[in-house]
Design a protein around this ligand. Structure first.
Ligand SMILES: C[S@@+](CC[C@H](N)C(=O)[O-])C[C@H]1O[C@@H](n2cnc3c(N)ncnc32)[C@H](O)[C@@H]1O
Length: 198
């Protein structure tokens, strides 16, 4: 299958130029990334790097809720590094259960409309549900990033090919047709769908 998404690889000079100007990692982020690669040999092991990035971005009284169904690699690698900076780690709550449960619980607790930002990057099958629940939790003016929104180009070449592709395509359609948001789908790497809640 042709990969029709316009993904830039890390050895592409244009990607390197963009990275040089924008990827300003803090020492703790570099440590997490290099330790993950040293211990597990690749970047496909999930050790809390996005939770750490958001925690570094929010103010000292900000809160980040990370949702995952497994903490094996987080506990083995990520936590030890993140916990070296208590002023950062205190901002992150790591929820260990299906994300739909955590999102529903937040809505039930009256947290709707209180969040500034959501990053959707978990199991693809639940993307439509994650979008709908995140929109409920977001304040007006809040932003959602949906990662892997092009799914290696499959949303165009084989939109009905498998459950994950169908779910991502459905989520993209939901976003595009949602009168409560404006959106931009960016054709870089595996696709990033950026949503602004009106
Ligand atoms: C692409 S990784 C996310 C990586 C993460 N953004 C990071 O920077 O470390 C997808 C994650 O979704 C998690 N996941 C799978 N099913 C889930 C579910 N039902 N609820 C929450 N997380 C889930 C996986 O365990 C995996 O860690």
């Amino acid at each position: 299958m042709a990969n029709i998404s316009r993904g830039f690889h890390h050895d592409d000079p244009i990607a390197q130029y963009c990275a040089k100007l924008t990827e300003k990692l803090e020492p703790i982020e570099k440590e997490l990334q290099t330790t993950t690669i040293e211990k597990r040999g690749n970047g496909r092991t999930f050790t809390g790097s996005s939770a750490l990035a958001w925690a570094l971005a929010v103010p000292s009284d900000g809160e980040v809720i990370s949702m995952d169904v497994q903490h094996e690699t987080l506990n083995a690698i990520g936590k030890q590094i993140i916990d070296k900076r208590p002023e950062i780690s205190k901002k992150i709550k790591f929820e260990l259960r299906p994300a739909t449960e955590t999102l529903d619980n937040l809505i039930e607790k009256g947290e709707a409309g209180k969040f500034d930002f959501a990053f959707i990057d978990a199991d693809k099958i639940n993307y439509p549900s994650y979008y709908t629940k995140s929109m409920e939790l977001l304040r007006s003016g809040g932003v959602i990033f949906v990662d892997n929104a092009l799914w290696h180009g499959k949303v165009v070449t084989e939109p009905d090919g498998d459950d994950d592709t169908r779910a991502i395509a459905k989520c993209n359609d939901l976003i595009s047709n949602d009168p409560a948001s404006t959106n931009v789908l960016i054709n870089v790497k595996d696709g990033l769908h950026i949503v602004f809640k009106k």
